[in-house]
Write a protein that binds this ligand. Structure first.
Ligand code: NDP
Length: 521
């Protein structure tokens, strides 16, 4: 394998001196070509602890800059990202093997929006709030709810969206006034390193944002050193992260796996439903936590829907991305993922499913690709309908009615996203509310992710907590209640010592008046 670029320099960690505790270098492979594009250090616990000490030392001044000062740097970063979009896309494509468009639409556009959104929204979400209380004992006092940064946040990210899902969660954490150490996936660390350079160029003080490259052990060391952990990845690793966070009694927020259902009712706009089914199952080669992973179609339109989906899928171009418009479906980023996809398809076929198109890995090419695959005659005895496949596959199941579709949609340990297609939007909304998922789109899919005002997170085994919306930044803070009693206050309050029977009775009369008059059945 050819080494086409030189090694990463320690300076890109946004730290002045090289980190200690550097283990063997990790090669970063381009999954579309098999070439090693760079190597990065595998940092151990001592290196992470040193970074944590630097991050903590830098945090106080960063917090003191205030919302406006931090927003200025984020807005500069937004412009930097657009000005340098080609370089960032090339970096993302080089380590993920995804198409140019998948990098542009789902990563650059997301991060550019996120820089601006959090720059503007943070003060609204985190500014001091004056609270009103009906409690007599605090009458006349000033009640303030304050959000203060937790200090040092550890962000651990997956390989499927190195900018959106690894780096993206760092933006609100930073805007809240925290320092951040990001541990990207060992498979895709280059985008995070580039963003560290970017933030540094945009004026972010040294050590406020650092990147700890390494494997799972580096992630584990991060949990040992931070005040809160934001994790995106598999449910399996997420459970371990939660256990480690519990040992230290630090909060964690978990964005985990999914098996998102799509329901197509017989009155749906078939052409739109078919287009969206193909796009949102095959986009990013199906390696999206909220991609459509299974479809339930009402019997009267099943054949028409399947025919359209199969035809559109057959037309997709798969292969090595070489610039805009070159291919529709890119590489499988993570080597073991190709085996999981193959195993799910083989298991389905062995149990009676039929592949209308695709059904195997692309052979005799240097990179890792899987043929876009449409499966029919599927049911819930098959892994492809119950476990996260994370590949360009679309199993379609016939159902007798919407009730059966909702029941099957909910028959899953996961609850990340879902979608319902019907021209009757009121009915769609009613069905959406019955699906146990963090987000359900009616006549669309995934699009909730772009509305940063809306919470995004998983139900059941798909996660704990949310990114986006007020909760998506308040989780990086502790809440502090401040109560201020005015200067001209009583010398002694009525409930205090010495206790006197007359006062006690008087207070009880008052409590009765306040709380004892409600109607009781
Ligand atoms: P993994 O759970 O395998 O890894 C996620 C991150 O955790 C990686 O950086 C990994 O490092 C690190 N890690 C591994 N072991 C530990 C450990 N013991 N302690 C701390 N960190 C550790 O997930 P993938 O990278 O395979 O990502 C794919 C998964 O992510 C899918 O299930 C997908 O659904 C989910 N996902 C969820 C999203 C959501 O918003 N809900 C969004 C995107 C993806 P290393 O890679 O070096 O092993």
């Amino acid at each position: 394998m050819a080494i086409v670029e030189e090694q990463v320099h320690p300076e890109v960690h946004n730290g002045a001196t090289p980190p200690v505790g550097v283990g063997a270098e990790i090669p970063v492979e381009n999954p579309a070509t098999g070439e090693i594009v760079r190597t990065v250090p595998d940092l151990d616990g001592a290196a992470v602890a040193e970074m944590a000490a630097r991050g903590r030392a830098a945090q106080t001044a960063w917090e003191a800059i205030g919302f406006a000062g931090r927003a200025k740097i984020m807005l500069r970063a937004q412009k930097w990202l657009i000005d340098n979009s080609e370089r960032v896309i090339e970096t993302i494509v080089s380590e993920t093997g995804k198409t140019w468009e998948d990098a542009e639409f789902a990563e650059i556009a997301y991060a550019a929006n996120a820089f601006g959104f959090w720059a503007k929204a943070t003060e609204r979400y985190l500014g001091d709030e004056r609270i009103k209380s009906a409690q007599l004992l605090v009458k006349g006092k000033k009640l303030i709810l304050r959000y203060r940064p937790l200090g040092l946040i550890g962000v651990i990210g997956p390989w499927n969206y190195p900018l959106t899902n690894s780096f993206g969660d760092s933006i609100p954490a930073l805007m809240a006034g925290n320092s951040v150490i990001l541990k990207p996936s060992e498979v895709t660390p280059l985008t995070s390193l580039l963003m560290a350079e970017a933030l540094s160029e945009c004026g972010l003080p040294e050590h406020v944002f650092q990147v700890a490259t390494g494997r799972g052990g580096t992630g584990a060391a991060l949990i040992d050193n931070v005040d809160m952990i934001m994790f995106t990845g598999s449910t399996r690793t997420g459970r371990m992260v939660a256990q480690e966070a519990a040992k230290r009694l630090i909060p964690c927020s978990l964005e985990l796996g999914g098996k998102d259902p799509m329901i197509v009712l017989s009155d749906a706009d078939l052409e739109r439903a078919a287009n969206l089914a193909v796009y949102y199952s095959m986009q990013n080669a199906g390696q999206t936590c909220i991609s459509i992973e299974r479809v339930y179609v009402e019997e009267p339109i099943y054949d028409q829907f399947v025919a359209r989906v199969a035809e559109k899928t057959r037309a997709l171009r798969v292969g090595k991305p070489s610039g805009p418009g070159s291919v529709d479906v890119g590489a499988i980023t993570f080597p073991p993922q190709l085996d999981i996809i193959s195993e799910h398809v083989s298991d389905a076929v062995a149990k009676g499913a039929k592949a209308l198109t695709g059904g195997k890995a692309v052979e005799n090419v240097p990179g890792r690709f899987y043929e876009p695959t449409v499966l029919v005659d599927v049911d819930h005895s098959m892994k492809i309908m119950t476990e996260e496949t994370f590949g360009p596959t679309l199993p379609i199941m016939k159902v007798s009615d919407a009730e059966e579709a909702v029941r099957l949609a909910n028959e899953s340990p996961y609850g990340l996203g879902a979608s319902v297609f019907t021209r009757d939007t009121e009915r769609g909304e009613a069905l959406a509310k019955r699906i146990h998922a963090g987000a359900t789109n009616v006549n669309d899919a995934l699009i909730n992710y772009t509305a940063l005002e809306l919470p995004m997170g998983g139900a059941k085994a798909s996660g704990l907590g949310h990114r986006h919306g007020a909760g998506g930044i308040r989780k990086y803070c502790s809440q502090q209640a401040i109560v201020i009693t005015p200067r001209l206050a009583l010398k002694r309050e009525v409930h205090m010592f010495p206790y006197k029977a007359k006062t006690t009775r008087m207070l009880m009369r008052f409590f009765r008046l306040m709380y004892g008059r409600g109607k009781r059945d």
